[in-house]
Design a protein around this ligand. Structure first.
Ligand code: CNA
Length: 266
């Protein structure tokens, strides 16, 4: 157990954390079997050679998508909701919600596992969208996840029944606006009394900037395989960093909080 986990558990046990904000990324879903982006070898970026992309991020670039949607739909097939279950990282956040300690969870993930774990809509900001809805890129006709699922799983590009243009899941691509609800960070982060950052490389802006939006006197903890973002480049005096596997860390933190008897199974 690291000092960081012990310290956070102390803050929680002393009742000093009643408005926790959680920031999460693809690393909380790797234990559920989903690939993340940037992990060497296993990450999606290292497995896109077959598509001869001009650069890896092009898979989520709106201009590239309009010209060649195939790589995106191959990645979509890997991440599409329905094949994966939440893990103890998601359950821990649900536990914070049940204990009335969760102010908000901001996630970059598009896999929908937070919803499946039972995190309520008003507590959750899916900053990069989700697969739950989709729309035609030309006429904006709306579709559900189920409407386009069969096409995606049969390697067909889903096409609009009205105008035959491409139907795109409501995932936020590079070059697109984030959902309006993302702006809630302007009121949430200044109110937070503890920031928990988990499973993210903190490389995607503007999401990464949320880690810096809490007051300097508020403890921030990063739980990740390796140190990232401003925890590395401009650390604050009361920053806490736990480098390691998310599931092991959450199990330790749950025990340190005295919540071990509470099942983390989803
Ligand atoms: P990233 O850049 O791939 O970073 C993930 C981080 O998690 C890395 O620093 C890893 O070291 C770390 N990590 C991976 N597995 C574990 C583990 N078991 N325990 C602890 N740490 C771990 O992903 P980010 O989320 O930071 O990047 C933002 C992108 C990724 C967003 O736009 C997402 O939409 C996108 N994405 C989402 C998913 C998903 O929904 N599950 C999957 C892949 C990519």
């Amino acid at each position: 157990m690291t000092r960081a986990l012990i310290k956070v558990a102390d803050i929680i046990k002393q009742g000093l954390a009643k408005k926790i904000v959680v920031l999460a990324g693809a690393g909380i879903s790797t234990p559920s079997g989903l690939p993340d982006f940037r992990s060497p070898n296993s990450g999606l970026y290292d497995n896109l050679e077959q598509y001869s992309l001009p650069y890896a991020e092009a898979v989520f670039d709106i201009e590239y998508f309009v010209r060649n949607p195939v790589p995106f739909f191959q990645v979509a097939k890997k991440l599409y909701p329905g094949n994966y279950a939440p893990n103890s990282a998601h359950s821990f956040i649900k536990l914070l919600q049940d204990k009335n300690m969760l102010l908000r969870m901001y996630t970059q993930n598009i896999d929908g596992l937070e919803r499946l774990a039972g995190i309520k809509e008003d507590k959750l900001i899916e900053a990069h969208g989700s697969f739950s809805t989709a729309a035609c890129i030309a006429c904006d006709k709306k579709y559900t996840a189920d409407d386009i699922k069969a096409d995606i799983f049969s390697d067909r590009i889903p096409k609009c029944t009205k105008c035959q243009n491409i139907i795109k899941p409501k995932i936020v691509f590079f070059g697109e606006m984030l959902p309006k609800r993302f702006m809630m960070h302007l009121q949430d982060l200044p109110m937070a009394d503890l920031l928990i950052v988990m499973g993210t490389s903190l490389e995607v802006y503007p999401f990464s900037s949320l880690a810096d939006a809490v007051s300097a006197r508020i403890p921030r903890i990063l739980i990740n395989k390796k140190i990232a973002g401003t925890f590395k480049y401009s650390p604050r005096p009361n920053d806490l960093v736990h480098e390691g596997d998310i599931v092991e860390a959450i199990e330790q933190l749950t025990e340190l909080c005295g919540w071990k008897e509470t099942s983390l199974d989803c």
